[in-house]
Design a protein around this ligand. Structure first.
Ligand SMILES: C[S@@+](CC[C@H](N)C(=O)[O-])C[C@H]1O[C@@H](n2cnc3c(N)ncnc32)[C@H](O)[C@@H]1O
Length: 278
């Protein structure tokens, strides 16, 4: 059994309890000991190389951690994201930005069965998984572009739809403005876009629970499932700095050619920014 302290505790299994506190050593089982450092609240690095390397390191574990940590909400919000996309006229050319391992494609095809998907991500490791997914589950139909979404090679007005799930939080305000400008550039007039990311809820009680969750449970899950919480602790820094997502909302609203709508999900735990190009 495991060390127990007077600190707040989290039940892991019926018979095991682990104390979690800043800068403490935590014993899990008879032989495993891990240290959880204090939460780092400094602004995270928004440098493209840092972000790319972070996701390269997370690529192998991303899908199972995503499902485990979001308690199913991530998939549900992707579904809701696609409902924001206009389907009249059977739009075909769909750009999936910050595509990760292609988690959004099933929902894209459900909503837009004739979609020709182009996926953009700058992480080579994510792209390696994406390639496999495209080949094994989508008949190799998805076009893959490993490039920086802020310096995309897509032609002007070449897409009917732009979608993106959970890729906003690692951009700072100037980068978000460039991203919004890029969305305006690549969308055809009348084309629609929809982004969603996790955000800090407004209500006090839920916000406290949310902050505790991303600060402690996310890194702890990193330890239990991966034996390394480093990347997932960094995720906490991006989520904290992203707050309620207002810097992303403002960036899209600052684009004169975009009509922007904002929606909150589950009391603000996620926020979508969607609309169309004039
Ligand atoms: C949290 S994952 C989201 C993955 C997926 N869309 C999903 O629904 O789970 C964010 C992805 O954005 C990618 N990314 C972040 N910044 C990027 C940029 N500037 N250009 C291209 N991809 C980027 C990362 O490599 C990572 O794969």
């Amino acid at each position: 059994m495991t060390e127990i302290s007077h600190r707040p505790t989290v039940a892991i299994a019926p018979s095991e309890t682990v104390a979690i506190a800043p800068s403490e050593t935590v014993a899990i089982g008879a032989s495993t000991t891990v240290a959880i450092a204090s939460p780092d609240t400094a602004a995270p690095p928004y440098d493209a190389d840092d972000v790319r390397q972070l996701f390269d390191r997370m690529a192998a574990s991303y899908d199972r951690m995503n499902v485990a940590l979001s308690l199913g909400f991530a998939a549900r919000w992707r579904r809701q994201l696609l409902r924001l996309v206009g389907a009249t006229g059977s739009p075909r050319r769909v750009l999936d930005l910050m595509s990760g391992r292609g988690e959004t494609w099933t929902e894209i095809e459900r909503r837009l069965p004739q979609a020709e998907i182009t996926a953009v991500d700058f992480s080579a490791q994510m792209m390696a998984h994406t390639e496999t997914r495209s080949r094994t589950r989508f008949g190799g139909r998805v076009r893959l572009r490993q490039e920086d979404a802020l310096n995309g090679t897509a032609e002007r007005a070449s897409f009917d739809v732009v979608v993106s799930a959970y890729g906003l939080k690692t951009f700072d305000a100037p980068q978000l403005e460039r991203l919004a400008a890029e969305v305006e550039r690549v969308l055809r007039p009348g084309g629609s876009f929809a982004f969603i990311d996790v955000t800090e809820p407004a209500g006090r009680a839920l916000r406290i629970a949310y902050l505790a969750y991303v600060r402690w449970i996310v890194p702890l899950a990193g330890i239990l499932l991966l034996a390394d919480p480093t990347e997932y602790r960094m995720l906490h820094r991006y989520l904290s700095a992203f707050g309620d997502g207002s810097r992303a909302v403002e960036a899209f609203q600052s684009q004169p050619g975009l009509h922007v709508e904002v929606r909150r999900y589950f009391f603000g735990c996620a926020t979508s920014i969607s609309g169309w190009r004039a």
